[in-house]
Design a protein around this ligand. Structure first.
Ligand code: FES
Length: 101
């Protein structure tokens, strides 16, 4: 059974921003959407671009390489039906942001 791993402090990531974090050796794109944290695997379904370096607008992140848009809350690509990245469970304990790996 997989466990939650601490990846950041809540103060590390302002609302509307994203970053790349390491969760037990797995690269994760972490997002703050209006104070709620979300995590996706950091590998775009197109050609592997790093979504943690993407451009956020509301609950959408655009891949920095060719602009594929993803729903941050589900990992589904909103332009190419059926394409998606794995969405990870996130919990906040105190000021600790934890991702299930
Ligand atoms: S690698 Fe992400 S859009 Fe091409």
């Amino acid at each position: 059974m997989s466990d939650f791993t601490s990846v950041a402090k809540t103060s590390d990531l302002a609302p509307g921003e994203c970053m790349t974090v390491d969760a037990g050796g797995t690269s994760i794109a972490l997002f703050n959407v209006d104070g709620t944290f979300y995590a996706l695997d950091n590998t775009c379904a197109h050609k592997g671009g790093p979504l943690g370096d993407g451009f956020c607008e509301g609950h959408i992140v655009k891949c920095p390489w060719h602009g594929w848009p993803y729903d941050i809350t589900t990992g589904e690509c909103t332009r190419h039906e059926g394409e998606k990245v794995h969405a990870r469970e996130v919990q906040v304990v105190g000021d600790d942001v934890q991702v299930r790996v």
